[in-house]
Each structure stands twice: as structure tokens, then as C-alpha cells.
Design a protein around this ligand. Structure first.
Ligand SMILES: CCCCCCCCCCCCCC(=O)SCCNC(=O)CCNC(=O)[C@H](O)C(C)(C)COP(=O)(O)OP(=O)(O)OC[C@H]1O[C@@H](n2cnc3c(N)ncnc32)[C@H](O)[C@@H]1OP(=O)(O)O
Length: 225
């Protein structure tokens, strides 16, 4: 089995990572939400130099307090019977409520196994002035495409990701992401996705191929249907 396959098995099947119950996850999600506000404030602040220095010191002190009890690796959520493990990665940089760099994006699965998300990116994700960074759009789409592969019962790791940036993606407005699996061939799952602006314009289109690492089964990843 590949290194990635073995690592996934250790985390999701063998219980290598700390597993948080819902109240503890909610506490830490609240902390991450405050840090997201802090990031926004840092990017936009215009306070004077003395205040910047004072706040920097306070933040360094807060960081030391949090680091006083440190885990070796990000924790995951306790398993939910019947649900895929993909939703257990609480520190995922796209969907993870515990990760301050995640917007976070909440992905939903429809009964027909397609997936969608409604999300708003703030100006901290700016690339070209006034618009979302292309790498951030790619990150969101990679996750959404991966979720579509999971939803189809054919999860895998991203082997290829192809993007078409049709129009600039605005930030600060509600965006819709949609994705679906288009074909499953052996360990390969082909997927397609798009980001849609509030006026219905498709700003980015993506296709991706996901490959299930050798030695893993969809069942081991929690795709139980
Ligand atoms: C497992 C998933 C778990 C997810 C957990 C939750 C997170 C979800 C998050 C989701 C979002 C975030 C996701 C992330 O961030 S995943 C992180 C980014 N991705 C990676 O790091 C992947 C790195 N690559 C690899 O580990 C290997 O290359 C993999 C495992 C992908 C394949 O290595 P393996 O040795 O197994 O491959 P094989 O040679 O036996 O080929 C097998 C089949 O695949 C076909 N093929 C191979 N490559 C390509 C390609 N580029 N285009 C088209 N097809 C390709 C190949 O032709 C063959 O098909 P066939 O000839 O049999 O028909």
C-alpha cells in the first residue's frame, strides 16, 4: 500500500489521531472563528505603530498559552456511524471548522450523490485586486471534487486537476460550488465542478481525476452504501 493509503488507514481505521467529541470540537471551532476575525483585522488594521507592537506581544503571549498543551498532529472528529470519514477532518484547510485558514466551506450531498456548497470568501483571500486568488478557488474546487468522488462511493486522492478560469471570482458575495462524479473506472473517478457567482455566471470550471490508493477500499474510508 502507498504511504498515503497506509496513513489514511492508521488515521481513519486504526484510531491513530485524537478523536474529539462534539462539545470539544465546538469549543475549538469557536476559538478558530475568533482567529479568523483576528486575521481579517490584521489585514485591514490602520492602528499606529505602538498599538501594532503592543498587540503583537499580546498575540505572542496567547500563542504560548495555547501551545502549552500541544498535540503531535491535528485531531479528527469521532466517527459518526454510516457517515464518510471525509467529514471528520476538523482541521482541513477548506472545510475544517478548527482551522482558522479555512473559510470554512460546508459541503452538502444531495440524494443523487452530487454535492454543493454555499460560501463567501472575504478579502483575506484576495488575488487580483477585488477578486479571489486563483489558488484559493482551486483549493475549494479540489475539496469539492473530492467530496463528489466520496459521495459517488468512489473516493481517492487527486491525481489530476484541470481548471478553466472563465471570469474573475468576486469576494464578499455568496458563491455557489457544485460538483459531481462523471465516470468511475476501476480505482479512477472522474469528476467535474464549477463556482457560480450570485448573478449565475460560472467563474471557474474544473475537472479532476481521483485515484484510490492501492490497498484501500471505499469501505475503509467510510463509504458504506
Ligand atoms: C483516498 C482518499 C481519502 C480521502 C480522505 C479525505 C480527504 C478528502 C479530500 C479531498 C480533496 C483533497 C484531495 C487532496 O488534496 S489529495 C492530495 C494531492 N494528491 C496527491 O498527493 C496524490 C499524489 N499521487 C499519488 O499518491 C499517486 O500518484 C496516486 C495514488 C494518485 C496514484 O498512484 P497509483 O500508484 O495508485 O496509480 P497507478 O499508476 O497504479 O494508476 C492507477 C489508475 O489511475 C490512473 N492514474 C494515475 N494517475 C493519473 C493521473 N494523473 N491522471 C489520470 N489517471 C491517472 C492510472 O492510469 C490507472 O488507471 P487504469 O490504468 O487502472 O485505468
Amino acid at each position: 500500500m502507498s504511504g498515503a493509503g497506509a496513513a489514511m488507514r492508521r488515521v481513519f481505521v486504526d484510531g491513530e489521531r485524537a478523536e474529539l467529541d462534539q462539545p470539544r470540537a465546538a469549543e475549538l471551532a469557536g476559538l478558530a472563528a475568533r482567529v479568523r476575525e483576528l486575521t481579517e483585522a490584521v489585514v485591514h488594521t490602520d492602528v499606529d505603530a505602538a498599538e501594532v507592537a503592543a498587540v503583537s506581544e499580546e498575540i505572542a503571549a496567547l500563542t504560548r498559552r495555547l501551545a502549552a498543551a500541544r498535540r503531535a498532529a491535528p485531531p479528527i472528529a469521532a466517527p459518526v456511524p454510516g457517515a464518510p470519514h471525509i467529514g471528520r477532518q476538523l482541521a482541513n484547510p477548506v472545510t475544517g471548522p478548527l482551522n482558522p485558514i479555512a473559510p470554512p466551506v460546508e459541503i452538502h450531498t444531495r440524494p443523487d450523490r452530487t454535492v454543493f456548497c454555499d460560501f463567501t470568501l472575504t478579502s483575506v483571500y484576495e488575488g487580483p485586486p477585488g477578486f479571489v486568488h486563483g489558488g484559493v478557488s482551486a483549493m475549494v474546487l479540489d475539496q469539492l471534487l473530492g467530496a463528489a468522488a466520496h459521495a459517488a462511493g468512489a473516493p481517492g486522492m487527486t491525481a489530476a486537476l484541470d481548471l478553466r478560469y472563465r471570469r474573475p471570482t468576486p469576494y464578499g458575495v455568496p458563491l455557489r460550488g457544485e460538483a459531481e462524479a462523471t465516470e468511475v473506472v476501476g480505482r479512477r473517478t472522474h469528476t467535474a465542478a464549477r463556482i457560480i457567482a450570485p448573478d449565475g455566471t460560472v467563474t471557474v470550471e474544473a475537472t479532476a481525476v481521483f485515484v484510490l490508493p492501492r490497498g484501500l477500499t471505499p469501505e475503509a474510508l467510510g463509504n458504506v452504501e
